[in-house]
Ligand binder design. Structure first.
Ligand SMILES: CC(C)(COP(=O)(O)OP(=O)(O)OC[C@H]1O[C@@H](n2cnc3c(N)ncnc32)[C@H](O)[C@@H]1OP(=O)(O)O)[C@@H](O)C(=O)NCCC(=O)NCCS
Length: 227
């Protein structure tokens, strides 16, 4: 999450993705390409869907608090900044390099957080994910449900084979959440994340597609609705 690619001022620098990614899952029928529009990923109580400009105000309110922003790259500082961020996410999705989902609860459709996925190499074989939720939703199970939807999307739809995450070592919840997802801590990235003028160590966590489908394979396509 810490170094996910959006930065205010870089909005014009989209890079078009050249080659379509082949889908590794023979059983998932995808009627439209995720690059044209993100699918709605529906869990029991959590739904991930594409961001909309109208999500800017709730994301601004929920993701700019001190406790949420403490260990992540600085979020936009205004509602308009979030609107620009959302427009940027849509351009990056069209380019095939990145996807950002709004986290919503079935009852409301209000965006209460985001899950991001970006390629670390052309073709999306290796990718990085990141996430942030409004603090009112921490410890409620929303993370785990949303994370399973996102990871299934990464492996089954996008074709990722190695999914990385970086979490500042001091970020107890971030590391605890990744551990809970079954991610493996592969190493320590010393002084790899600049936050408030200080370089922080980060843990590198990974999930491999073969580990994930071995564990979750039977349910891998559950809840995926393609629009
Ligand atoms: C990261 C985030 C999405 C996780 O969601 P969450 O609802 O807090 O996660 P959960 O409560 O499901 O899981 C966190 C786990 O870490 C554990 N944990 C909490 N503090 C901890 C600490 N200091 N050390 C170790 N584990 C800790 C929790 O007990 C929990 O495990 P449990 O469910 O087995 O008890 C949320 O905390 C968040 O948005 N944080 C701010 C943004 C951020 O830091 N993003 C991550 C960047 S890597």
């Amino acid at each position: 999450m810490e170094k996910m690619p959006y930065q205010a001022g870089l909005e014009g620098q989209d890079v078009r993705f050249q080659q379509p990614v082949m889908q590794p899952s023979a059983t998932l029928t995808v009627s439209t390409d995720w690059r044209d529009r993100l699918p709605v990923l529906a869990g029991a109580t959590v739904t991930l869907r594409e961001l909309r400009a109208s999500d800017a105000s709730s994301l601004f309110a929920l993701l700019t608090t001190e406790e949420v922003a403490r260990f992540i790259s600085p979020p936009p500082t205004t509602v308009e900044g979030f609107e620009r961020f959302i427009a940027w996410t849509l351009r990056q999705r069209s380019a095939g390099t990145y996807a950002c989902f709004a986290v919503t609860l079935d009852a409301t459709d209000t965006a209460i957080g985001i899950f991001q996925l970006r390629q670390l190499e052309p073709g999306f074989g290796t990718a990085e994910w990141g996430f942030a939720l409004g603090s009112a939703y921490w410890g409620t199970g929303v993370f785990l449900e949303g994370a399973e939807l996102l990871v299934n999307f990464a492996f089954n739809t996008v074709g990722v084979h190695r999914l990385e995450a970086r979490a500042a070592v001091r970020n107890g919840r971030g590391n605890g959440a990744l551990r809970k997802m079954g991610a493996v801590q592969e190493g320590l990235l010393r002084k790899s994340f600049l936050k408030n003028g200080e370089y922080l160590d980060q843990a590198l966590w990974t999930i491999l597609e073969e580990d994930w489908t071995g564990k979750k394979g039977r349910n891998a396509e559950e809840g995926v609705i393609i629009h």
